[in-house]
Ligand binder design. Structure first.
Ligand SMILES: *Cc1c(COP(=O)(O)O)cnc(C)c1O
Length: 367
């Protein structure tokens, strides 16, 4: 079987270094808020190109604490609006709701699957305080127009970089393009831990200070509590593993791009739409999304022929029960993507032969 993502093989590809790093932490007797966090945060900030990186428990928390810190700073308050793409993983939207802020959904472009810059301004009201862009599938969502809109309307620009570690816009990494960015190191992400982990990157020292405090009980000094915080720390074992994997991230992403190129060049079945890539620096292929009208049939056919695929995502956020107030709304482009999208196997460890087999099967498929 060709797995969608062979995590065992991904970990084994850096196995010796990972084992040495975890053993070092296990034997150190120091498991939280130590040298491993310090080293990873410094290296990750340097890699992304920001002054600060603050580790936390997961990617959702990274986004929640970023908005929460802005609320603490008085930049926004409950009831204010945050613009977010209508087609994203639910976490981007939950982070907004969780803070009592109002998510304002904006349709994506059908060509890029990213928030459509031309539809943002119509969604701005006097209560809009931020745009939360999501570099979905590993592709950069930022454009100069989005940057200009933020300047003109005095909005914070927050990036959900959970799927796009290593991606670049004009030479700058995603995660450094806005005011702050939330990162997830969920095991399946391009930079994945061996459990849950996340981080915020920013060059705003006050924002970094508040996020660090909130993720550690609101404490700025031991037993002194400045905010009503939470326990959302990054543990030392995950930080050590992430520091190892960060060194290999560019090489791992380069392999993902090779695989993506093979798919784009190799898939010739006219029933299939492959991603349009304008700039190969601006996509790190966390996901390789194709679209086809008979998506469910294609998925069943590939399953029968031993190829695992996943749909990202089967139900759009506005159709979810948790956002029942939105269920009657219509976001046709988002709905089309959700009805037609299928993610093919991609990872740094998939072999050329496996990719060739997926291409062969898809080209043989009769829609
Ligand atoms: C994975 C993901 C998150 C959440 O990350 P967790 O670490 O699982 O909490 C947020 N946004 C997007 C777009 C994601 O893909």
């Amino acid at each position: 079987m060709i797995k969608f993502l062979d995590l065992e093989k991904v970990t084994a590809s850096h196995g010796e270094e990972i084992n040495a790093a975890t053993a070092r932490v296990v034997n150190s007797g120091w498991y939280l808020q130590g040298k491993e966090n310090e080293a990873f945060e410094a290296n990750f900030a340097k890699y992304i190109g920001t002054d600060h990186a603050v580790g936390c428990a997961n990617g959702l928390d990274a986004l929640i604490w970023t908005l929460r810190a802005y609320v603490e700073m008085g930049v926004m308050s409950p009831g204010d609006e945050v613009i977010v793409p209508a087609n994203t993983y639910i976490a981007s939207i939950l982070a907004i709701s969780e803070n009592g802020l109002v998510p304002v959904l904006v349709e994506p472009s059908i060509d890029t699957y990213q928030i459509d810059p031309d539809k943002i301004e119509a969604a701005i009201t006097p209560r809009t305080k931020a745009i939360l862009i999501v570099h979905l599938y590993g592709q950069c969502a930022y454009t100069d127009k989005i940057g200009e809109i933020c300047k003109t309307h005095n909005l914070k620009l927050i990036e959900d970089n959970a799927q796009a570690h290593g991606c670049k816009f004009n030479g700058k990494r995603t995660g450094s393009l806005g005011d702050a960015a939330g990162h997830s190191f969920y095991p399946g992400k391009n930079l994945g831990a061996l459990g849950d982990a996340g981080a915020v990157t920013t060059s705003d020292p006050e924002l970094a200070r508040i996020i660090r405090a909130i993720a550690n009980y609101g404490s700025t000094k031991k037993y002194v509590f400045e905010y009503i915080g939470r326990n959302s720390r990054l543990d030392e074992i995950q930080a050590a593993v992430l520091d190892v994997k960060l060194k290999h991230l560019d090489a791992d992403n380069a392999r993902r791009k090779e695989v993506a190129r093979m798919y784009i060049d190799g898939i010739t079945n006219p029933a299939i739409i492959t991603p349009k890539v304008a700039d190969w620096d601006s996509h790190v292929f966390h996901i390789f999304p194709i679209r086809t009208e008979k998506r469910d049939q294609l998925q069943a056919y590939l399953t029968e022929n031993g190829v695992q695929t996943i749909i990202h995502y089967p139900i759009p956020p506005h159709k979810q029960k948790c956002y029942s107030g939105w269920n009657n709304r219509s976001y046709p482009i988002t709905e089309t993507i959700h009805a037609q999208e299928l993610s093919l196997p991609i990872s740094p460890v998939i072999t050329d032969a496996e990719v060739a087999e997926v291409i062969r099967l898809i080209n043989q498929w009769q829609a």
